[in-house]
Design a binder for this molecule. Structure first.
Ligand code: NDP
Length: 294
């Protein structure tokens, strides 16, 4: 394997150690324990695992984690009631509604009801708008995690060509905004890239991805990125999580691409641990912002 492995677990642990100190200092200075409330509807096994991981991660850094459960046949009104209660509760600083929601529920309606200051996933239109104007309140967790992975691996983005495959509101689109921004919370050298955003209607995908100094795959198709789609020496970040008969695999064909790339993230153990870590980061930020707005 030619490529250097970007160890997401190790980088996440480094950030969580920093966060543990920051949370302890926050509690000491303010006598307030940052609190993240998760809402889980139904019993989807993958969602159960994600929520449990988030709760555990909270506890480890000193953040309080709460869980509210609703049955799979819950209505919009049931969920809106819980969100309204959590919006009112001064001891809750971050609200996370675990996605995907059962089909009968209106995801947009529910997510828009979360108070923007408690929107630690950064999905609310107010927070998306602030991000797009270059004055973010909260950074969306997965793209922020990717920025941290690149930065802490010594990979600068300025002037580089970053190609992102996937344009979802959760990953691809905000990823493009962060990399193309004038500045970032990892410094300007971690931003200022020239960005190409690809999707299912993009033509001649390989000719686009082969231009990438930084290639971010967020497609949701196992092994979508093959070695002949990668420029030698590129940093390849695999956001994909696909459940296959062989277990969890990413959007990047790891072995062949490793022979070509300069840096690569594994799945699991790459972007995933960073997503949860940046959620903790946002919860601490949220507790601080609500302290000053109270
Ligand atoms: P979405 O399904 O919302 O978006 C997928 C994107 O990929 C869409 O923009 C779609 O294009 C594009 N796409 C689909 N097929 C192709 C194709 N053949 N060629 C080019 N582009 C294509 O997925 P998400 O962004 O939510 O997630 C992407 C992956 O990342 C998933 O595997 C998900 O599980 C994983 N994920 C991982 C996280 C982590 O923490 N590691 C967090 C969040 C997601 P179009 O818009 O045209 O339909």
């Amino acid at each position: 394997m030619a490529a250097q492995l970007i160890d997401g677990k190790a980088i996440a642990n480094e950030i969580r150690t920093e966060l543990t100190e920051q949370v302890a200092e926050f509690i000491e200075n303010n006598a307030v324990v940052p609190c993240l409330a998760a809402v889980l509807v139904g019993e989807d096994p993958a969602s159960e695992v994600y929520v449990r991981n988030k709760q555990r991660a909270c506890e480890r850094v000193g953040i309080e984690g709460r869980l509210h459960r609703l049955p799979a046949d819950a209505t919009d009104d049931d969920l809106l009631d819980i969100v309204a209660q959590l919006n009112q509760d001064n001891t809750v600083h971050g609200i996370l509604v675990q996605l995907p929601l059962p089909k009968q529920l209106s995801e947009t309606r529910i997510l828009d009801a979360i108070h923007p200051l408690k929107d630690v996933d950064a999905f609310h239109p107010e927070n998306v708008g602030l991000l797009s104007q270059g004055r973010p309140r909260y950074l969306p967790c997965t793209p922020h995690g990717v920025m941290q992975l690149l930065h802490r691996s010594g990979i600068e983005a300025t002037g580089k060509h970053a190609v992102i495959v996937g344009r979802s509101d959760i990953v691809g689109k905000p990823m493009a905004m962060l990399l193309a921004a004038r500045d970032s919370n990892c410094g300007p050298q971690a931003a200022n890239a020239t960005v190409t955003l690809c999707h299912s209607r993009s033509q001649d995908m390989a000719s686009l991805t082969r231009q990438a100094d930084i290639l971010v795959a967020a497609v949701g198709i196992a092994n979508f990125i093959q070695a002949d789609m990668v420029k030698p020496g590129a940093a390849v970040i695999d956001v994909g999580i696909n459940r296959t008969d062989e277990g969890l695999v990413g959007d990047v064909a790891f072995d062949p691409v490793s022979a070509v790339a300069g840096h690569i993230t594994p799945v699991p153990g790459g972007v995933g641990p960073l997503t949860v870590t940046m959620l903790l980061h946002n919860t601490l930020t949220a507790a601080g912002l609500q302290l000053h707005s109270a």
